[in-house]
Design a protein around this ligand. Structure first.
Ligand SMILES: CCC/C=C/C(=O)SCCNC(=O)CCNC(=O)[C@H](O)C(C)(C)COP(=O)([O-])OP(=O)([O-])OC[C@H]1O[C@@H](n2cnc3c(N)ncnc32)[C@H](O)[C@@H]1OP(=O)([O-])[O-]
Length: 279
């Protein structure tokens, strides 16, 4: 398999029919900058093209799966004087729209079965990508998903306008989105979002990742794997059109907010701990 450039926050490897992507920056709870989300999209393309890969497995490390967009990265994009933009619209098309639409599209159209090993909470854009996975396993009942768009002056992104009503029901999606309320373990289980809880104590994400992979290896034994990809294509066809449509609508709606500046003000308050999410 020909590789691509390295990224210090994200590792990847192929192991038999599995393409494993791991977030490895637990110090900042695996927050990701724009370039990191682009890298995730590129890795998905790599897995897509590899004929030996049938399952793309997302893993993380430490106590969080990912705390979403890195507020330091957002401040950097705002303060970067090395690039001259013609307008605020031009700046946010480049720093927000293009990146978000690319990584979301990579997840929406991914042809391999997407499996997420949820070792801890996921927030924002990263939680949106988790909601685009086909199968989710949790490490324990401490996991939650938070989409804090209303607290950050944003709107739904990463396909969540479609994926959350689909997976939790429209009214539950409304309640959690409007009032910035986390989807806790009970809701994730009741809705069938989580397929299995591995019930492991919190500091053992490596053990959890290994246990999921061992179980997957035994589950796929004897299967005709092209059937899995054929079924993925058919199941995906149920919602791919509405996800494609919403990907474009979401970023265009959000662009206005970035140009107006409210997300920047709120991200900066988050970075200086003047703003907190209610959990
Ligand atoms: C793409 C554009 C659109 C965006 C969409 C989104 O994703 S919207 C969603 C955007 N995301 C959010 O709104 C989540 C923002 N984060 C939080 O609300 C809280 O950190 C928490 C509730 C996740 C955990 O609280 P806790 O008390 O358990 O832990 P703690 O707070 O002490 O954090 C430990 C260390 O990690 C660091 N770090 C954490 N997150 C980020 C980050 N995103 N960035 C950078 N760094 C981050 C934190 O600074 C600290 O480092 P320090 O100071 O030790 O050097």
């Amino acid at each position: 398999m020909p590789g691509i450039r390295k990224n210090e926050k994200i590792r990847y490897r192929a192991a038999g029919p599995f393409f494993i992507i791991q977030l490895v920056k637990p110090e900042n709870l695996n927050a990701l900058e724009g370039e990191d989300y682009i890298y995730l999209g590129e890795l998905l393309e790599l897995a897509d093209k590899d004929p030996n890969v049938y399952f793309t497995v997302l893993q993380s490390s430490g106590r969080f799966f990912s705390s979403g967009a890195d507020f330091k990265g957002i401040a950097k994009a705002q303060g970067d004087s090395s690039v001259e933009y013609a307008s605020e619209t031009s700046k946010w098309l480049s720093n927000f729209v293009a990146r978000n639409v690319y990584v979301t599209d990579a997840f929406i159209k991914h042809s391999k079965v997407l499996i997420c090993c949820l070792n801890g909470p996921a927030i924002g854009m990263s939680a949106a990508l988790v909601a685009l996975c086909d199968i989710v396993y949790s490490m324990n009942d401490k996991v939650y998903l938070l989409y804090p768009f209303a607290n950050l002056g944003l709107v739904t992104e990463g396909g969540t306008t479609v994926s959350l009503p689909l997976k939790f029901g429209i009214n539950t999606a409304y309640e959690h989105l409007m009032f910035n309320k986390p989807f806790k373990y009970d809701t994730l289980c009741e809705s069938g979002f989580i397929s299995k809880n591995f019930n492991m104590p919190s500091p053992s994400s490596e053990t959890f990742n290994t246990a999921v992979l061992d179980e997957l290896r035994s589950k796929v034994e004897g299967l005709y794997l092209p059937s899995c990809l054929g079924m993925k294509k058919l199941l995906q066809s149920n919602h791919i059109d509405s996800l494609n449509k919403i990907n474009s609508m979401e970023v265009n709606e959000s662009l206005k907010y970035w140009v107006d500046g409210e997300p920047l003000r709120r991200f900066s308050q988050l970075g200086s701990k003047q703003r907190k999410h209610r959990l």
